[in-house]
Write a protein that binds this ligand. Structure first.
Ligand SMILES: Cc1cc2nc3c(=O)[nH]c(=O)nc-3n(C[C@H](O)[C@H](O)[C@H](O)COP(=O)(O)OP(=O)(O)OC[C@H]3O[C@@H](n4cnc5c(N)ncnc54)[C@H](O)[C@@H]3O)c2cc1C
Length: 507
């Protein structure tokens, strides 16, 4: 058998999740690990999404690691280039570079039932083995490309929001933007002044609230740098406000009517044309889809060079785009703001577990895991931002840090058990956890709000969002409950077993 490099932990991905895992491993004293990243640099979401206007929609002081505060955030909602630079700094500050292997796309991970380790193959021909895999490949990492007849034959330029073509100048062009999600509403106001015509294909209008964005003053930065507890207090306040909102999303969607009125007032300020206002007014409860924040989206839509087509793109005939309602538009460029493969994440096809089936096959009836981390049949394999760990209103970094606590305890438990050992999530524990999650989901705005969203899988099940507060998730992931796992030891070799049986028979 070929000898491969072996590590205790292989982390896949180098976004917030992967880098956070790497920092935590070092803090736990684990230095025998590698981070495998398919791209040529770290940063994940914040490397791939460089479209004009890209920024976070959770305030930066909360959308950053608690262990790596940044007193120098330039704005309350900082832009992509600043978040990307922050992640590069995290990689340097915490000495992660020697552990990171860039341009290492993981193509296959298979569990070896005898050796009790993962065999990991990468696109550049490297094979390595690892006791534990931490999969941080991101929920919004692989663009979802729509299956629209004729799109492949469009003679102009087509690109996805997460793969922006900076070499293509949109000045004077007829640009069609497909979709009205979080990325599209940041892109539209940026490109509208340059485009000759901008046509927005909207399947469902989003609810859009004002964005409290402003430059962070020099005095604030000085304060946070000089008295770090002020930065912590600011973060705590931002977190607390969002925790208080959770009940309305998860238990009392009826309370969101007031927020709807505020969002309608936000629209009315910019959109004077009643026809356009009608097109842009959602018919579902606010919060059912992610609430979007912008002060510039509606003003851009009111500009004379913008058309909103309130029906999806149905077909492309040469350079003519045909909407579902039959409207025809000419375009030079198509920008796909069509989101990501969330409930059918491609990595699931590349993981083969203890029973010889892929994670995708195991999840054919919908993604499910234990505490957002472990899947039954996939020992010593855990996800960061796994099923039902997404948030509608707060920072994903809070959830990532909770999962890092769980990861750290998982490794400690393996150490305590000692020897060659693995932990496999018990199907009964996975089932019980998911029944509890889905039971709580029934009353949430995501399930009752009257919309279809990317939170729901093809069967209408919400396998993405966490139906509680971040504090509840923190408690649920503080430590590993060994009763939820089967302790797996290497199989006893046949010869040894026969000898033991013979010895027992002789006694
Ligand atoms: C435009 C945009 C804005 C967002 N804004 C916010 C926000 O304001 N607040 C918020 O809480 N969340 C936001 N999110 C969600 C965001 O995805 C998470 O907050 C977080 O960045 C996810 O980090 P991650 O490390 O899990 O995944 P990612 O950042 O997606 O990183 C995954 C990494 O895994 C790598 N990878 C994937 N497959 C493989 C493979 N097979 N082999 C090797 N490497 C692989 C990818 O190249 C990538 O580097 C936003 C997402 C997007 C797309």
């Amino acid at each position: 058998m070929a000898q491969h490099e072996h590590v205790r932990v292989a982390v896949i991905g180098s976004g917030f999740g992967g880098l956070g895992a790497a920092v935590r491993l070092r803090r736990e004293g684990v230095t025998d690990f590698l981070v495998l990243e398919r791209a040529g640099s770290v940063g994940g979401t914040w490397r791939d999404n460089s479209y004009p206007g890209c920024a976070c929609d959770v305030p930066s002081h909360l959308y950053s690691f608690s262990f790596a505060p940044n007193p120098d955030w330039p704005r309350t909602f900082s832009g992509q280039e600043h978040i990307r630079a922050y992640l590069e700094r995290v990689a340097d500050t915490f000495g992660l570079r020697p552990h990171i292997r860039l341009n290492h796309e993981v193509t296959l991970m298979s569990w070896d039932n005898d050796a009790l380790h993962w065999v990991i193959e990468t696109a550049n021909g490297t094979t390595l083995t690892a006791d534990v895999v931490v999969s941080a490949t991101g929920p919004l990492s692989d663009p979802k490309l729509p299956d629209i007849p004729g799109l492949a034959d469009f003679p102009g330029k087509v690109f996805h929001s997460a793969r922006w073509d900076h070499g293509h100048d949109l000045a004077g062009q007829r640009v069609a933007v497909i979709g009205t999600g979080a990325s599209a509403i940041q892109i539209v106001p940026e490109i509208q002044p340059r485009a000759r015509r901008l046509t927005l294909f909207q399947r469902t209008p989003p609810w859009v609230m004002p964005r409290m964005d402003r430059a962070i003053t020099g005095a604030e930065k000085w304060l946070h740098r000089t008295l770090p507890f002020t930065g912590t207090a600011r973060r705590g306040l931002l977190w607390g406000i969002r925790e208080l909102q959770v009940g309305a999303f998860t238990k009392h969607p009826d309370q969101l009517g007031l927020v709807e009125r505020m969002a309608k007032a936000n629209m009315a300020r910019a959109i004077k044309d009643p026809g356009l206002r009608a097109k842009l007014t959602p018919s579902y409860r606010i919060g059912c889809k992610r609430i979007l924040l912008s002060n510039v989206y509606y003003p851009a839509l009111a500009e004379p060079n913008v058309d909103v087509i309130a029906s999806g793109l149905a077909e492309v005939r040469g350079s003519t785009l045909v909407a579902s309602d039959g409207t025809e538009t000419e375009a030079d460029v198509i920008v796909l703001g069509t989101g990501f493969q969330v409930t059918d994440m491609p990595i699931a096809d590349r993981v083969v577990g203890a029973e010889g089936i892929t994670l995708a096959e195991s999840w054919k009836d919908g993604m499910e895991s234990l505490r957002g981390a472990s899947a039954a049949g996939f020992p010593n394999w855990m996800t960061i931002i796994g099923p039902n760990t997404g948030l509608g209103n707060s920072s994903m970094i809070l959830m990532i840090e909770s999962q890092l606590n769980y990861m750290a305890d998982y490794l400690r438990q393996l150490d305590v058990l000692g020897g060659r050992v693995a932990l496999g999530a018990r199907p009964s524990a996975v089932g019980a956890w998911n029944r509890r999650v889905q039971d709580r989901m029934r009353r949430t705005v995501w399930n009752t709000g009257g919309c279809t969203s990317w939170y729901l899988d093809s069967m209408g099940r919400n396998t993405t969002v966490w139906p509680g507060t971040t504090a509840e998730f923190r408690r649920a992931t503080r430590s590993v409950d060994l009763a939820e796992y089967e302790v797996i030891r290497p199989p006893v070799p046949d010869g040894t077993r026969k000898a033991a049986l013979a010895e027992e028979a002789a006694r």
